[in-house]
Design a protein around this ligand. Structure first.
Ligand code: ZN
Ligand code: ZN
Length: 368
């Protein structure tokens, strides 16, 4: 475990924290005027290898070889020149800091750290972190890599949970959830929609599915997997045959057939690494999904828990009120899709480069 301290005066700035992978939805900008929850679980931190906020440089000001050295292989709108490597934590885990109100910048309902650190060390005044809680952003505090040090402290070492246990007891992420609007007017201040986490997860997976397709149509399993991916795949990949087949694979699942081209596999919530099939190495492409989303896809819960009054026997499935669903078709998160696709070296192939350029120019809004 680690405690983060101020690089200026050594004051402690966090509670003890253990490291986890950065959630894929960390940089998501969801909807308009939406209140998103806290990104990180309390007691954890993650390192974001990418910069956050300005100063920005537009794509035509950037040499392609510089972009490639930063791991970006396709056109994007603009690149951030901020310092990368922030440690991302839950706002409730910060200690001994105060907000710098002048650094509010152009944020809307909250603050977003887009103009640089907006939190200072209370002891010495050094700007040390950015609080992000503006509408449509996941709430987080980003400790600047050049203003804090990470100090090891005693604490229970997290034991690596085996895949079999994760498959049995891992926490599922439901595909629909109530979305809170900011400062709701009279009446309801929430509506039911596809989960923002699912949309970000699908954005990441869709970028990998395109690479895995090698430009050939891809067929995913019927049901929820098809609801999430098939429409975008059919729209983005040129029609023709033969089709490549993608299946769900992972702990507790039957061994996939040898002729399957693409495996949708879970990511380990502690290491961030994908599940890999045992036995002889498969040539199948592994498409990553967050564990909670993957668990739901392999064994969906028929009904979502819905608040209810009155007494009802525990083992009875309610059909009144009906489960809350979204009234819209699923759309993968465009920003996450674009972010990941631009960072996969295979995007340099002509057909994928065209998709990346269309995205950067604001096209393809029908599907993403
Ligand atoms: Zn300080
Ligand atoms: Zn706002």
């Amino acid at each position: 475990m680690f405690v983060f301290v101020c690089a200026g005066c050594g004051a402690e700035l966090t509670i003890p924290l253990s490291q986890v992978p950065l959630p894929i939805h960390a940089r998501q900008k969801y909807g308009n005027g939406i209140q998103l929850p806290v990104l990180m679980r309390s007691g954890t931190f993650a390192v974001d290898p990418e910069p956050w906020g300005g100063p920005w440089r537009m794509w035509d000001e950037i040499d392609p070889s510089e972009a490639e050295a930063r791991g970006i292989y396709a056109q994007v709108h603009a690149l951030s020149d901020a310092t990368p490597g922030a440690s991302v934590i839950a706002p409730g885990d910060i200690r001994g800091t105060r907000l710098i109100p002048e650094e509010r910048g152009s944020a809307c309902c909250g603050v977003d750290g887009a103009d640089g650190p907006n939190m200072a060390c209370d002891a010495c005044g050094l700007p040390v972190a950015s609080r992000v809680d503006d509408c449509s952003l996941w709430q987080q505090v980003r400790l600047s890599s050049n203003a804090v040090h990470r100090v090891p402290v005693d604490g229970a070492q997290a034991v690596l949970v085996p895949w079999a246990e994760l498959a049995e007891r891992g926490e599922k992420t439901p595909p629909f959830e109530p979305i809170a609007t900011w400062g709701g007017q009279l009446g309801s201040n929430h509506y039911w929609s596809w989960s923002p986490q699912w949309e970000a997860a699908a954005g990441q997976a869709l970028a990998h599915l395109l690479v895995a397709s090698q430009g050939q149509p891809v067929e995913v399993p019927d049901g929820l997997v098809a609801d999430v991916f098939q429409r975008a795949l059919d729209a983005l990949i040129p029609a023709g045959s033969p089709r490549r087949r993608a299946v769900l694979a992972g702990p507790g699942r039957p061994c996939p057939d040898a002729d399957v081209d693409i495996l949708l596999v879970p990511l380990h919530p502690q290491t961030g690494g994908p599940w890999t099939p045992a036995g002889p190495t498969t040539s199948a492409y592994l498409v990553p999904l967050p564990l909670g989303v993957w668990l739901w896809l392999v064994s969906p819960q028929p009904y979502l828990p819905v608040p209810a009054s009155g007494r009802m026997p525990k083992d009875v499935l309610r059909d009144d009120p009906l489960p809350q669903l979204s009234n819209a078709l699923f759309r993968a998160d465009r920003g996450t899709f674009q972010h990941i696709l631009a960072r996969l070296p295979a995007v340099r192939s002509p057909w994928l480069r065209t998709i990346a350029e269309n995205l950067a120019q604001g096209a393809l809004v029908e599907f993403l």
